[in-house]
Design a protein around this ligand. Structure first.
Ligand SMILES: Nc1nc2c(c(=O)[nH]1)N[C@H]1C(S)=C(S)[C@@H](COP(=O)(O)OP(=O)(O)OC[C@H]3O[C@@H](n4cnc5c(=O)[nH]c(N)nc54)[C@H](O)[C@@H]3O)O[C@H]1N2
Ligand SMILES: Nc1nc2c(c(=O)[nH]1)N[C@H]1C(S)=C(S)[C@@H](COP(=O)(O)OP(=O)(O)OC[C@H]3O[C@@H](n4cnc5c(=O)[nH]c(N)nc54)[C@H](O)[C@@H]3O)O[C@H]1N2
Ligand code: SF4
Ligand SMILES: [Mo]
Length: 760
């Protein structure tokens, strides 16, 4: 048995891939989830408040809500409903549950089974050598954390991870505690997610975030969706695409897979549309090879450049380039030397299609480029994103209505956590603000990001691991190596809602601190509290739960952090922790004092729909050294595959939220009842002597070190030859810790070299 990822097969069933996304089927499946896991009345009550002004923010993805009118019945999608059902389940994981299930039993459960057990009701402690977690009081739990943290030789021996669901209030308190404790070891899920975006956009346009609003997508002439599967991961983005098309816009999709949601959409909220058989979304689909977006976009730029040379100023926006950019001459010199044939061959896309794409771009003045993990999780991701910026700059498509770059964020508040200070790098401005407002000297040295945290634990340089949410062992690369690190720790602590594998792969001592979820009422001495989150478009909104807590023992994330901080820092602290969390307005006042853009936070967050944070590039004010947006010269991608190696991407199914597995069906891709699959091109299968359903073991080899993930089934799939796809997190043991994106240190979850061996 492998307790890191149980290698057990279910009953794979292959069906037709779906032709369209959403529709009535999605509505039906949302309701099924609510019905199966919640009391129906509670479920409906929750769905009616989801994403409403004054309601609670969807704990699913970070896609924004409309600024103006919001449909009174349904501002959510199938996956939002699943997220609610998952959190507001009526199943409970009580101390009795833990007394029945040992660590070994929990390890034998799949992620799906573990998560479906229900909501954790009490703080739980695992003593050294014990086989079961047992209940402890909150004060005992805080005491255990304080003792271990205060016993370390240096604060830098502790690691404080954050997953992007934490609210602004919780995240700010957390980083304040950690910095008063004395370290910048604040890795977060962003390190594995859009970190490459932060690096690339900071360097080119001077802000580590996107520049578009929802309105820009509606008004665009052309939207390019690249390296993203919105039908599954940001379903309501499809409504924005539909509006764009209704306004006469076009859509180009660039992806190694023909993802259902990119093709056709039936809006579940407009029945007429259902009768009309839906809206075709993609006008042009370019089936690029994995990590060859650079070749593809370079080829497009080269074609456009040749046109521009023939009739200067007719293709490129020369006025914008002149006034607002730098590096153009060097960049065009590079284009001049670019070999179009080499780029076309690299991309794997037919010349006619690339020319068609160039034609669409040529004819468009307002372009929006949307992307997600398909661009950010490769060794050269920072370069790839810079190349996307080049494309937008040459068309002047940043800082005007209907145009811009739109990195679509994952977790519902991952962007906000970073804005309020969760980062292993402490910006000088925040450092000064913390010092001035809280009268202490914050640490200066950069802390560990995710990859460096794993290395530090494995090498014995870090001994306490603390997590505000998330599921570190399953989300991170190189599962066996990461497990070694966690197991060596003196203490692992998780603020969690439900059981997950990170509770199973534990330190010598372990604690689970159960917290309230987004959907639940948060009652403090001063009354019901709300929190706030920042979505992908930089809008900060309030979120107020409405359901009764899953257990009276639960505490809010803010209250737990304050409890840990008070117990750990004792007399040393300059913060009145109980007062801070008596009323979260106090936390927001502190954020307003420390973080630019949050002036009058308490007042503005109470306005319906919240407020926009400042974003210079939206007004063509670029926060770079020279105040200009930068063209970048970057090399093409290189993958030196051995003849028997494939390039593997790890993707999400339609039935999961990261490591939380909602169900076993990837409905749009027609893959049912099984997650241990390898999607493979049929020609590759024939060449390798493999048939549909054959069982294989996977290995990845880097620098002579071999990593394993066993027992997968082959599924024929329309994916480019030489490329394969598996699901995250089952394939994470293959992702090497030793290779990360240059400039962002993000694991290369979308381009791992692997071999496949057929099992007898
Ligand atoms: N329902 C649901 N919603 C979610 C999540 C979830 O797990 N479930 N996760 C949330 C989080 S944290 C995140 S970060 C986002 C993730 O959202 P996505 O980035 O959409 O998620 P992935 O499944 O990783 O899909 C990546 C897409 O990129 C494509 N791709 C892979 N490699 C390449 C490449 O080299 N080039 C190009 N052009 N395309 C490539 C894949 O085929 C796939 O369509 O979703 C968020 N929303
Ligand atoms: N191979 C591969 N690996 C990847 C990726 C990939 O595409 N491929 N994607 C990466 C990306 S983009 C991301 S963002 C990371 C995700 O990494 P994480 O954010 O660490 O993982 P999640 O699965 O989102 O975390 C789920 C857990 O959060 C807890 N939880 C849920 N709701 C709450 C809450 O309200 N409060 C608290 N405190 N806890 C809660 C539950 O216990 C649940 O088990 O994974 C990364 N890993
Ligand atoms: S698109 Fe994302 S935020 Fe919106 S309802 Fe769906 S899961 Fe929730
Ligand atoms: Mo993410």
């Amino acid at each position: 048995m492998n307790e890191l990822t149980p290698e057990r097969l279910h009953d794979l069933e292959l069906r037709e891939r779906s032709e369209h996304a959403a529709g009535l089927k999605a509505v039906k499946i949302s309701l099924q989830h609510v019905e199966e896991y919640m009391h129906f009345g509670e479920g409906m009550k929750a769905l009616l408040k989801l994403n409403q002004k004054g309601g609670f923010d969807c704990p699913g993805c970070a896609w924004p809500d409309p600024d103006g009118f919001r449909s009174p019945v349904a501002e959510y999608c199938e996956n939002g409903a699943k997220a609610i059902a998952e959190e507001a389940t009526n199943r409970r994981v009580s101390p009795e549950w833990f007394s029945k299930h040992s660590i070994g039993d929990m390890g034998a459960m799949t992620d799906f089974e573990l998560g479906k057990s229900g909501r954790i009701t009490h703080p739980m402690y695992l003593a050294p050598g014990a086989a079961h977690y047992t209940a402890v009081s909150w004060d005992e739990a805080f005491g255990i954390v304080a003792e271990e943290l205060n016993g370390l030789d240096s604060p830098d021996e502790a690691i404080f991870y954050t997953s992007g669901r934490a609210s602004n209030e919780a995240a700010f308190l957390y980083q304040l505690f950690v910095r008063q404790y004395g370290t910048n070891n604040l890795p977060d899920c962003s390190n594995m997610c859009h970190e490459s975006t932060g690096t690339a956009l900071s360097e080119t346009i001077g802000i580590g975030k996107g520049t578009t609003t929802l309105q820009d997508l509606h008004e665009a002439d052309l939207i390019i969706v690249i390296g993203q599967n919105p039908g599954t991961n940001h379903p309501r983005q499809l409504s924005a695409f539909k509006t764009c098309k209704e306004n006469g816009g076009r859509i180009i999709s660039i992806n190694p897979l023909p993802e259902t949601g990119l093709m056709k959409f039936i809006d579940p909220q407009s029945p007429l549309n259902i009768l009309q058989r839906g809206t075709s979304l993609t006008d042009l689909f370019l089936q690029v090879k994995i990590n060859e977006d650079m070749s593809l976009v370079r080829a497009i730029c080269k074609i456009l450049w040749e046109e521009e040379k023939k009739a200067p100023g007719t293709v490129f926006d020369q006025e914008f380039i002149e006034q607002h950019t730098s590096g153009y001459a060097t960049w065009t010199k590079m284009l001049e030397a670019t070999d179009l044939e080499e780029c076309l061959a690299g991309s794997g896309v037919d010349r006619e299609l690339v020319e068609e794409a160039a034609g669409l771009i040529h004819g468009s003045q307002k372009i929006v480029l949307c992307y997600a993990m398909g661009l950010t999780q490769h060794e050269n991701s920072v370069d790839v994103i810079k190349e996307m910026v080049n494309l937008l700059l040459l068309k002047g498509s940043i800082g005007k209505p209907g145009a811009g770059i739109c990195p679509v964020r994952g977790h519902s508040n991952v962007q906000g956590d970073r804005t309020v200070g969760v980062w292993e790098k402490l910006k000088p401005e925040l450092r000064d603000a913390l010092r001035a407002n809280f009268n202490f000297e914050p640490p200066k040295e950069d802390g560990f990001d995710v990859v460096n945290s794993i290395k530090a634990m494995s090498e014995g340089r870090a001994k306490v691991f603390f997590a505000l949410g998330g599921n570190f062992i399953s989300a991170t690369p190189d599962t066996s190596y990461t497990a070694k690190g966690l197991r060596q720790c003196n203490l692992t602590v998780h603020i969690s809602t439900k059981p997950n594998r990170s509770h199973v792969v534990h330190g010598k001592k372990a604690l689970i601190l159960p917290c309230l979820g987004r959907t639940e009422k948060d009652l403090r001495a001063t009354g019901e509290q709300f929190v706030s989150c920042e979505n992908s478009m930089g809008v900060v909104q309030m979120s107020k739960g409405i359901l009764d807590p899953a257990s009276p023992e639960l505490r809010s994330e803010c209250a737990i952090i304050a409890g840990v901080a008070k117990a750990t820092l004792g007399e040393r602290t300059t913060v009145d922790w109980p007062e801070m969390v008596r009323n979260y307005d106090n936390v927001r006042d502190a954020i307003a004092a420390c973080v630019p853009g949050f002036e009058r936070y308490n007042e503005r967050v109470r306005e319906p729909g919240g407020f926009y944070l400042p974003n210079g590039p939206r007004n063509r004010r670029f926060g770079t050294d020279d105040g200009k947006a930068h063209f970048s010269v970057t090399p093409l991608s290189v993958h030196e595959l051995e003849p028997d190696e494939y390039l593997m991407m790890t993707v999400r199914s339609h039935d999961q939220y990261n490591t939380t597995i909602y169900g076993m069906h990837d409905r749009y891709r027609g893959i049912h009842n099984e997650r241990r699959v390898v999607m493979m091109n049929e020609k590759d299968m024939t060449a390798a002597g493999l048939s549909s359903g054959d069982k294989v073991d996977l290995t990845s080899e880097y620098d002579g070190e071999v990593r394993h993930a066993r027992l997968f089934q082959v599924v024929p799939y329309p994916i480019p030859a030489g490329n394969i796809a598996t699901y995250f997190p089952e394939a994470n043991p293959l992702v090497p810790i030793t290779r990360t994106a240059r400039g962002s240190n993000t694991p290369i979850s979308k381009s791992v070299r692997v071999r496949m061996d057929k099992r007898e």
